[in-house]
Ligand binder design. Structure first.
Ligand code: GDP
Ligand code: MG
Length: 209
């Protein structure tokens, strides 16, 4: 069995970021990867994904983080966007109730489109962003409400961030990498199981080509 393929797969994680338009998805990624924040609203254009390398224990992990190009308004992101995701980051704005209420739909949409092997254990992470606005006075979703939402969905990890002030973003994506790695490992075991089955057939001369 060729383990090198599995080892390589294990270190590249596809992460997709979902949530209502305007919650700060692109801003979070720009702060995390480029240490930049723009106060002006720009519809996301350009690359499908950005990458960032990080070290976890003795492993070098590359996060391939996929952003929407503004199509999230129409919920028409296409199969390529979801395919092979290792972790899904859901984002809402703590100052906008509707963005919190939409989370359920985003999670459902992800599970429908990405169709992961085990929907119950697939790793999601929730981010409540724009913590800085008005010193927290315009906040409408309480931390407790968000944590309850996460608790009832398989104890989804939860982070509160400010893309503007670069607050808690590294911590959130470190968690993304860790849960993504753990999930990848599960898949490798699953794939190894399949490849052993295939080679058994080959040894028995099951293939005539
Ligand atoms: P997206 O549509 O989810 O990708 O959202 P954007 O990243 O484009 O952000 C929408 C708007 O919110 C932009 O004007 C950003 O500058 C602003 N924004 C994003 N994150 C924050 C934040 O943490 N704090 C503040 N004050 N503004 C933010
Ligand atoms: Mg965007």
């Amino acid at each position: 069995m060729d383990l090198s393929v599995n080892t390589k797969r294990r270190n590249l994680l596809k992460v997709i970021v979902l949530g209502d338009s305007g919650v700060g998805k692109t801003s979070l990624m720009n702060q995390y990867v480029y240490n930049k924040f723009s106060p002006r609203y720009k519809a996301t254009i350009g690359a499908d994904f950005v990458t960032k390398e990080l070290q976890i224990d003795d492993k070098l992990v590359t996060l391939q983080i996929w952003d929407t190009a503004g199509q999230e308004r129409f919920q028409s992101l296409g199969a390529a966007f979801y395919r092979g995701a290792d972790c899904c980051v859901l984002v809402y704005d703590v100052n906008v109730l509707k963005s919190f209420e939409s989370l359920h739909n985003w999670r459902e949409e992800f599970l429908k489109q990405a169709n992961p092997a085990d929907p119950e254990t697939f790793p999601f992470i929730l981010i409540g962003n724009k913590l800085d606005i008005d010193g927290g006075n315009s906040r409408v979703v309480l931390e407790r409400q968000a944590r309850e939402w996460c608790a009832s969905r398989g104890n989804m990890p939860y982070f509160e961030t400010s893309a503007k002030e670069h607050y808690n973003i590294d911590e959130a994506f470190l968690c993304v990498a860790k849960v993504g790695l753990a999930n990848e490992h599960q898949q490798d075991i699953y794939f190894q199981g399949i490849s052993e089955t295939v080679s058994e057939v080959e040894q028995r001369g099951g293939c005539a080509c």
